[in-house]
Design a protein around this ligand. Structure first.
Ligand code: CA
Length: 229
């Protein structure tokens, strides 16, 4: 899952990013309100951690404008301003949760899991296609008795393909959803990860393959064994 951190204290933003990276999330950072709003509106994030006192545009305004634009991404507001009036303002602006600094890492992760769960209540524990079972919670892919573990990006890529079986997903969509606006990534990165996934499918002996359609995108397909007449 991809999380946006909007926080102008760069040391805290980096600490949060490290914490999220270690916890299996992909995280991007914005250091002021305007950049934060632009990134948030891209719609590629599963959750947003938002500071209130920000240069450019404060967190409450950012949140109001995001919600006014029809974006319902879960937002965890993170701030030193802990008095009741601010908490009410934050919740009224459309925050899903309000956490006051200083906070414990475990507390932050629990709050984040809670808002993501609420948003993704309809996402099952496991996703299945053909002879494969994808288990996001334990980052594994299994086929019968065999099982492989997945990297965060492999999991993200496979989750998108599993949730959209039947349609080709454009390479650009995968690129944006998985890498966001990171520098130095291009379509080759998608191809590299598709190739890692194909190797894992072969290792599992699965009948599922990642089908590529030139200029269109990728999807999962099940190859049925040939049956003799
Ligand atoms: Ca701040």
């Amino acid at each position: 899952m991809r999380i946006l951190i909007v926080e102008d204290e760069k040391r805290l933003a980096m600490t949060l990013k490290d914490l999220l990276d270690q916890s299996g999330y992909l995280a991007d950072m914005a250091f002021d309100g305007n950049d934060g709003l632009e990134l948030a509106k891209s719609g590629i994030y599963d959750g947003i951690i938002l500071d209130v006192m920000l240069p450019g545009m404060d967190g409450f305004h950012l949140l109001k404008r995001l919600r006014a634009a029809g974006n319902g991404t879960p937002v965890l507001v993170l701030t030193a301003k802990g008095d009741l009036k601010d908490r009410v303002t934050g919740l009224d602006a459309g925050a899903d949760y309000y956490l006051t600094k200083p906070f414990e890492n475990q507390e932050l992760l629990a709050c984040l899991r809670s808002i993501l769960r609420r948003q993704a209540a309809f996402v099952p524990e496991c996703l299945a296609f053909g002879d494969l079972i994808l288990s996001p919670a334990v980052t594994s892919l299994s086929c019968g008795e065999r099982e492989v573990t997945l990297s965060a990006r492999e999991l993200e890529l496979l989750t998108i393909l599993f949730k959209n079986t039947g349609q080709f997903i454009p390479k650009e969509t995968l690129l944006l959803k998985i890498w966001g606006y990171e520098a130095n990534v291009n379509a080759n990165s998608v191809e590299a990860y598709i190739s890692f996934i194909r190797k894992k499918l072969a290792l599992l002996g699965s009948s599922v393959t990642v089908k590529a359609a030139r200029g269109i995108g990728y999807r999962l397909e099940e190859t049925r064994p040939e049956v003799a007449p």
